[in-house]
Design a protein around this ligand. Structure first.
Ligand code: FES
Length: 105
């Protein structure tokens, strides 16, 4: 699957991913800026927020309670916000587009 990350300046990066990897792991492995993943994907650091493009939002599984509570620690959260470490890539998500928040750069 392919994932597109757009940073706060509008720069777009399209990377290849493997099913089962999280949006955070894919970003870190490909040096995509704006996603740190300090806790290694444990849903405990809130440094992996992404804004999911509106066309993809309803294709995602719902957030866990822990994800919802960690998102409260992120800046600029809105209804498109998710934690990148909690979204695992599967064939349905091929082509997904997410934006990284300025506060994480
Ligand atoms: Fe820490 Fe996602 S990597 S909350």
């Amino acid at each position: 699957p392919k994932i597109t990350y757009i940073d706060y300046t509008g720069t777009s990066r399209c990377v290849d991913a493997e099913d089962g990897m999280s949006l955070m792991e894919i970003a870190v492995n490909n040096n995509v800026p704006g996603i740190d993943g300090d806790c290694g994907g444990e849903c405990a650091c809130a440094t992996c927020q992404v804004h999911v493009d509106a066309d993809w939002l309803d294709k995602l599984p719902p957030s866990s309670d822990q994800e919802v509570s960690m998102l409260e620690f992120c800046d600029g959260v809105d209804h498109t916000s998710r934690l990148g470490c909690q979204i695992r890539i599967c064939p349905t998500l091929d082509g997904i587009l997410v934006r990284t928040p300025a506060a994480q750069h």
